[in-house]
Design a protein around this ligand. Structure first.
Ligand code: ZN
Ligand code: FE
Length: 258
């Protein structure tokens, strides 16, 4: 029986989530780095996989695609235009908008260079509900490492996400939130939203529940990479009134070694 859109996390590897959207019949998967846990969930819920969305080319996000194409030959795979993929896919980049299932809103592609150069995000909106799949660009209280892009590219990508409606639900691909919060508190110890978020996240993780999805509003209030203009962060880093890019670059390099 067809139900409302549901979005569920499928844990993979040590700390990845494969996000699965489904309506009780068909399903769309985001970044299936491993086929096996996804196939198990599809079997258990009796779902038919109709599309795959890929945010970037790292193996922990695409490793399951070949096996899934074999199992579901009719499937549509959407992947970043600027990156190379060996499997059959539709290349997408901003400002593409595409439909991948008639039970889902159309999907807007956002270019988000930084973690990789071709990295994209997928944004969907309908009255009262908004969703963002941001891969390894924005994390709970953190952001992805700069493997290919420059700090300016990543900062610009994060600013693009920060400008989305505050109620947008944010689906990141890794469970890094608690470690990110601890780092964030080391440079902004008096942020009350962050202190509360640490408690809430700890409670969730104690029961092995995901800390995600987050929201743009929560990230704006607690994610140091979106808070380069915070007086406390700037003063902790001895970068008062310095350009945001300089503050961002410093936070990213401190986080690399945290
Ligand atoms: Zn990655
Ligand atoms: Fe990753």
């Amino acid at each position: 029986m067809q139900r409302q859109l549901q979005i569920i996390p499928i844990p993979a590897f040590k700390d990845n989530y494969i996000w699965l959207m489904h309506n009780g019949i068909d399903a769309v998967a985001v970044d299936p780095g491993d086929a096996e846990p996804l196939q198990r969930t599809l079997r258990a819920l009796n779902l038919n996989l109709v599309a795959i969305l890929i945010t970037h080319h790292h193996q922990d996000h695409i490793g399951g695609v070949e096996a899934l194409i074999k199992q579901f030959p009719q499937i549509n795979v959407f992947a970043p235009k600027l990156e190379h993929y060996d499997f059959k896919h539709t290349p997408v980049s901003e400002p593409d908008r595409f439909a991948c299932a008639d039970w889902l809103p159309e999907i807007d592609v956002l270019d988000l260079p930084g973690h990789t150069l071709g990295h994209v995000g997928f944004y969907m909106a309908q009255p009262g509900q908004k969703w963002l799949f941001c891969g390894d660009t924005l994390f709970g209280a953190g952001c992805g490492r700069l493997f290919e892009g420059t700090p300016l590219q990543m900062l610009t990508s994060l600013q693009k996400l920060a400008a989305l409606p505050e109620e947008t639900l944010v689906y990141c691909t890794h469970e890094y939130t608690l470690h990110n919060i601890n780092f964030a508190l080391s440079i902004e110890p008096n942020n009350h939203v962050l202190i509360q978020r640490r408690q809430d996240t700890q409670d969730l993780r104690n029961t092995e529940s995901p800390s995600l999805p987050s929201t743009i509003a929560l990230e704006l209030a607690s994610n140091p990479f979106l808070r380069c203009n915070s007086k406390q962060i700037q003063s902790t880093l001895h970068l008062e009134n310095q350009p945001l890019l300089e503050v961002f670059t410093k936070i990213r390099s401190l986080r690399n070694h945290y």
